[in-house]
Write a protein that binds this ligand. Structure first.
Ligand SMILES: C[S@@+](CC[C@H](N)C(=O)[O-])C[C@H]1O[C@@H](n2cnc3c(N)ncnc32)[C@H](O)[C@@H]1O
Length: 450
């Protein structure tokens, strides 16, 4: 691979004897891997996977997943390069926590975090760019995460909605992406001698917003997929100088992982507790991760600081249509917080403050749409539940799955009564379908068909 000459000069000087091995690693093929969804897969299914495990991520495996496979489309797996998986492990999300993933698209770290939260607590996944926030929402939807809200805001706008709100915040920062060169050589075209300093400026702004949204006592996790000290050790050194309430917390390092390099930090703070994943030391594309803790004790959320969320009001007709659907299909399902976007009904997780004026792409699980005289369940609802939560299911074969995702109807032999059914394949929820006279009508969203 032809690396930029300035890049070669820079890392020759920084890495000395190691530089040659570092440069050689760019000529090796990039590594593919995937994580499985612990909220969908059973331990047994996990144990049956033959691929080589990623040693530092219990749900990670080396291997390629086809984006048009049933595994991907039903949210059983998420493709992610292996070193990026260590970020989610360092976040160490726990069920019940309030977590913000501030730079979240396309959703690798958010799906990892959501998997660990087991649908309990609140995950706000934010992305500044609208088109990327849409992709993030689709990935969260497939993953079936019911405690996740996707927002589309700049970090400074988000501050006013969530002052001192989160237990943990991940800043997986936009960066010069040197760790992406091998996978996507086009990323090299943006590289120049001053690019890292520009990125560092933006990273400091994002972190300043993140600090305002973190609860005292909370944890801030910072990561990049670049090797540039300006965006890695020097950012952490700046953060420790600027916000003395923080201290670094050690990260349990696995063989092949390196310490943060104090000699690159241009400061007096010890940043060796950060971790570097270099492609010539470990099987991955490369990452930098640091975890900081706010030294003060955690205090409880003072609700008075927040405008409380007010649920949307359904009309009488909407209430009737929804009750009919739920009674017929999933009588035990109750919507936590009703949010209506036009005719689309969402089930928002608990814990959100008022969402007035907040740009939200996905306020939670999309339950369905109110149509004239009927309620149509959404694929988002199907992907977030399992068959034990619905009255009526139809198991379809892999061939029938192919027909359905292509937009075709499915014929079923057995006698079933007319109505909505959850279609499952190999035990995984796929979509709702409406059965009329032994034919399952196709409700797979047009935009997702293939
Ligand atoms: C490294 S990527 C995040 C990858 C993501 N965490 C994942 O695991 O899939 C950084 C994200 O930051 C977003 N971004 C760009 N400029 C930003 C800014 N000024 N503030 C916040 N986010 C920004 C980018 O659009 C991009 O989606």
């Amino acid at each position: 691979m032809k690396l930029p000459q300035g890049f070669i000069n820079k890392y020759q000087e920084l890495l000395g004897d190691e530089a040659n091995n570092f440069f050689k690693s760019f000529d090796l093929p990039s590594l593919s891997a995937y994580r499985v969804n612990p909220n969908k897969m059973t331990k047994n299914q996990l144990n049956n996977i033959d691929d080589e495990p990623v040693p530092y991520c219990s749900t990670g495996f080396f291997g390629k997943v086809n984006g048009k496979s049933i595994q991907h489309t039903s949210g059983q797996v998420y493709s992610q390069e292996p070193s990026a998986m260590f970020v989610g492990e360092v976040v160490d999300a726990k069920p019940g926590e309030y977590i913000l993933d501030l730079c979240a698209a396309p959703g690798g770290k958010s799906t990892h975090i959501a998997g660990k939260m087991a649908n309990q607590g609140l995950l706000v996944s934010n992305e500044i760019f609208k088109n990327r926030a849409k992709i993030l929402s689709e990935n969260i939807e497939r993953w079936g995460s019911s405690n996740t809200v996707v927002t589309n805001e700049s970090p400074d706008k988000l501050e006013s909605f969530f002052p001192a709100f989160f237990d943990k915040i991940l800043v997986d920062a936009p960066c010069s992406g040197e760790g992406m060169f091998r996978k996507d050589p086009d990323a090299m075209q943006y590289w120049n001698e001053s690019y890292s300093s520009e990125c560092a400026n933006r990273q400091r702004h994002i972190l300043a917003s993140a600090v305002k949204m973190l609860k005292p006592g909370g944890k801030l996790i910072y990561s990049t997929c670049t090797f540039a000290p300006e965006e890695d050790e020097q950012i952490i050194n700046w953060l420790l100088d600027e916000y003395p309430q923080f201290e670094m917390t050690p990260i349990n390092k696995y063989p092949g992982m390196d310490d943060g390099r104090n000699e690159w930090s241009k400061g007096s703070n010890d940043v060796s507790d950060a971790v570097r994943l270099f492609p010539h030391h470990i099987k991955g594309e490369g990452h930098f991760i640091a975890r900081l803790s706010w030294k003060a004790d955690s205090r409880n959320l003072d609700k008075k600081n927040y405008k409380l969320f007010k649920p949307s009001r359904l009309t009488k007709e909407q209430q009737t249509l929804l009750s009919e659907f739920l009674n017929d299909t999933m009588p035990n399902y109750s919507i936590r917080n009703v949010v209506l976007f036009g005719d689309r009904l969402y089930d928002m997780p608990d814990g959100m403050p008022s969402i007035d004026k907040l740009n939200i792409t996905k306020p939670g699980i999309e339950v369905g749409t109110f149509k004239k005289n009927r309620f149509e369940p959404a694929i988002g609802l199907a992907l977030s539940i399992n068959s034990s939560e619905v009255k009526n299911t139809i198991q379809i074969s892999q061939d029938q799955w192919r027909q359905y995702v292509h937009g075709d109807v499915i014929k079923v032999d057995t006698e079933h009564k007319k109505g909505w059914y959850l279609l499952t394949c190999n035990g995984y929820s796929i979509c709702f379908g409406k059965l009329v006279n032994n034919t399952v009508k196709n409700f797979y969203p047009k935009g997702l068909r293939f």
